[in-house]
Design a protein around this ligand. Structure first.
Ligand SMILES: Cc1cc2nc3c(=O)[nH]c(=O)nc-3n(C[C@H](O)[C@H](O)[C@H](O)COP(=O)(O)OP(=O)(O)OC[C@H]3O[C@@H](n4cnc5c(N)ncnc54)[C@H](O)[C@@H]3O)c2cc1C
Length: 454
């Protein structure tokens, strides 16, 4: 059949793009080989954050004594936690199912691959369109480690199907996925060891941000093996051995592999569609999402940029306007915030200090401990710090990083400031409600000499 637009993948960009284009009068085909809603809904944000809420509840109950509230015994029922997670995922997925019931939109369930330029094959049938959008996302990367193929291991999807708490969960990868699962399972009662080849967890952060999280993890009883390269894994169900460079051996009951994501392009027929990929298999596209093939665009994680739901969603917004000729605004120059949903959270936007240095930019920086924020003391959540990087000439914020309670909410103060092109003085001159964590953002800025009260 011939359509105006074919969207491959019902991810965070694909669904809104397909439904809005159909509502705008286009004949649209949306192809999905798995569950509607993509990674975020089914195996990413929604299930992890649902389960993290249970992990936090267990932690709050266990540590309530410090606030004078004694909880005699805390029991974690992983089956019940998984059931609650499944119910919420189902609800979101069904919601997506309803959203795609739009006139002009055909949804085909099946694997799609390019059969030629502007041609896509799904379940043996060829479909054509002037415009094709790739939103096929990414999946867990399987590292080439000796023995991994013969050893049972878990990825982000299968680890959330466990119904019994592992006695010792070994995690390969100290990025955000490894950190979130590590703390989650520690709080469910597992012994947890995270192994990473770099010197710090969340290695893209400035060291003091990573160190703050590492201190918190160590206090939670999470084992960290940093600067450690895994050379071999072996074993079977319930007894997994991991050998590190240097000879150290770790034994756990389960192994979670969370060392990165690989794009879903290996089985997409990109060669037939003349869609160029980079060395890692990510789709190459210009500022306006156009790939090497005329009329073929790519959005979301498959592009290999920052892989977040809000970024993929924003891709849809920009591409929709580009396709309809409403704007020529591309994706470069966007501020892309992120949050690691550990407890406390880690959040950032813009440049780190290291990033500013690497670019040779002039900057001023200030840091402040959460322990000096009244609210943090009152609720006894004092671990963490805030950090800001300021351009001394323009007084614009170049970047901010926060590890601490509600970091994922607080970072939006900087996001809006930066997006609006305002100077940091806007924060200094505003009134912040007392006692809130947000007051800490204002106090942080006042740590800079230029804003200090005298
Ligand atoms: C454990 C985990 C936790 C996460 N937590 C967060 C978070 O808290 N916040 C956040 O912002 N981001 C989070 N992410 C990242 C987020 O899930 C992704 O960035 C987001 O889903 C955007 O993906 P996308 O739109 O590119 O595609 P996806 O959501 O991955 O969707 C791609 C879709 O394409 C389909 N598909 C692939 N190939 C084909 C084909 N050939 N034919 C037909 N269909 C195909 C897939 O089945 C899938 O449904 C998390 C990810 C993981 C793994």
């Amino acid at each position: 059949m011939t359509f105006d637009v074919i969207v491959i993948g019902s991810g965070q960009a694909g669904v809104p793009l397909a439904t809005r284009l159909a509502a705008a009068g286009k004949r649209v085909l949306l192809a999905e080989r798995g569950d509607l809603g993509g990674t975020c809904v089914n195996t990413g944000c929604t299930p992890t954050k649902t389960m993290m809420a249970s992990a936090r509840a267990a932690h709050v109950a266990r540590t309530a004594g410090r606030l004078g509230v004694r909880v005699p015994q805390v029991e974690v029922d992983l089956g019940a936690i998984a059931d609650r997670k499944d119910a919420i995922v189902r609800r979101w997925r069904e919601g997506v199912g309803k959203r795609v019931q739009v006139e002009g939109l055909t949804v085909l369930r099946g694997h799609a691959r390019f059969a030629g330029e502007r041609e896509v094959e799904i379940s043996g049938e060829i479909h054509k369109a002037e415009t094709i959008v790739i939103n096929t996302g990414a999946r867990a990367l399987v590292p080439p480690i000796d023995g991994l193929g013969e050893t049972p291991w878990l990825d982000n999807a299968s680890v959330m199907s466990l119904r019994d708490v592992p006695s010792h969960l070994l995690i390969l990868g100290g990025g955000y996925i490894g950190c979130e699962f590590g703390q989650m399972f520690r709080r469910f009662g597992s012994r947890v060891t995270i192994v990473d080849h770099s010197g710090h967890l969340l290695s893209r952060e400035d060291p003091e941000i990573s160190c703050a999280l590492e201190d918190i993890f160590r206090k939670d009883g999470i084992g960290l093996e940093l600067n450690a390269k895994v050379v071999q894994v072996s074993g079977g169900a319930g007894a997994i051995d991991v050998r590190l460079d240097g000879g150290k051996e770790l034994r756990g009951s389960h192994l979670l592999v969370a060392v990165g994501r690989r794009p879903n392009t290996d089985d997409l027929g990109c060669d037939k569609g003349n869609v160029a990929l980079d060395a890692k298999g990510f789709v190459v596209a210009d500022d306006e999402y156009l790939t090497s093939a005329p009329g073929v665009y790519a959005v979301g994680d498959v592009l290999g940029g920052p892989q977040f739901t809000h970024t993929s969603w924003d891709d849809h917004r920009l591409l929709f306007d580009l396709l309809l000729g409403r704007s020529r605004r591309g994706r470069r120059g966007r501020f892309i915030p992120y949050t690691v949903f550990t407890d406390p959270q880690v959040a950032g936007v813009g440049l780190t200090e290291r990033g500013a240095r690497e670019r040779g930019l002039p900057f001023e920086t200030a840091t402040m401990a959460f322990g000096s924020i009244a609210r943090a003391i009152e609720v006894d959540e004092t671990a963490g710090l805030l950090k800001v990087i300021l351009d001394p000439q323009s007084e614009r914020v170049l970047g901010a990083s926060i590890v601490g309670p509600e970091a994922g909410e607080l970072i939006h103060i900087f996001v809006v400031l930066m997006q609006g092109g305002a100077t940091a003085r806007a924060i200094v001159d505003a009134q912040f409600v007392h006692p809130t964590f947000a007051e800490g953002v204002q106090s942080l800025l006042m740590k800079l000499e230029r804003y200090a009260l005298r």
